[in-house]
Design a protein. Structure first.
Length: 232
């Protein structure tokens, strides 16, 4: 444990639209880390109102993400995994946080706007459509999807427990590999996710999703990832 605490820990940064499933998956990951007795902290936009700015202008949103990102970087520097769930709509804000964190893992919860609106339990999207909730991300304020995230999850195609499984597998690689072996992006088609595999890890890694959706295999030796539907 002492060695781990002296090494920067991963920063798991969940980004996506309101209602995409960021917090649900992030909370599941944090619970798993606690079960493993891993030093970790969960940072959610709704949990740290003291960091919130007074408004929702692009400048306000950017400043808020940077504040949380700085806090995450300090936790990471002390060997504490930071699990962060924020809309964080701007690419430049997320890139700024990435530069602070040596083991930054951007997880795009890529649930569609249509599905997020369908799940709208609090009526936030409906209010935005009526013009009552101004500067709402995805309606009258932009969301810039990550172009090079380490992981992409589509919650219409993968359940929560399976998503947590995949994130934990990626976390394990970032937690234990040498810092010089930062994972490369590996595209995994047709399964609603993108997985990352480090170039210096074991030659083959498999993540078996609990719902039988797919098996994700990363092979640094061939510099490829593939998705294979498991037998019924």
């Amino acid at each position: 444990m002492a060695d781990l605490l002296s090494t920067p820990a991963p920063v798991l940064w969940f980004t996506g639209l309101s209602g995409a499933g960021k917090s649900t998956i992030a909370e599941g990951v944090h619970r798993r880390l606690l079960e493993l007795d891993e030093p970790s902290e969960y940072l959610d936009g709704e949990m740290i109102p003291g960091f919130s700015s007074a408004g929702f202008t692009p400048g306000d949103r950017d400043a808020y993400v940077r504040r949380v990102g700085f806090l995450a970087s300090r936790l990471s520097s002390h060997g504490i995994t930071a699990v962060c769930a924020l809309i964080s709509p701007y690419e430049t804000s997320r890139a700024w946080v990435r530069r602070l964190c040596p083991r930054f893992v951007e997880i795009h919860v890529a649930t569609s706007l249509e599905e997020c609106e369908r799940r709208d339990m609090k009526g936030l999207y409906a209010a935005a459509r009526r013009g009552e909730n101004l500067q709402f991300t995805g309606i009258d304020a932009p969301y810039e999807p990550p172009r090079h995230s380490e992981l992409r999850l589509d919650t219409c195609r993968i359940d929560v427990e399976s998503a947590v499984d995949v994130v934990m597998a990626v976390w394990g690689e970032y937690r234990h590999i040498p810092l010089s072996s930062v994972p490369l992006l590996r595209a995994v088609p047709r399964v609603g996710l993108t997985a990352a595999g480090p170039v210096s890890s074991l030659s083959v890694r498999k993540v078996r999703l609990r719902n039988g959706l797919a098996a994700v295999t990363t092979s640094p030796l061939t510099n490829r990832s593939s998705a294979v539907t498991p037998p019924l």
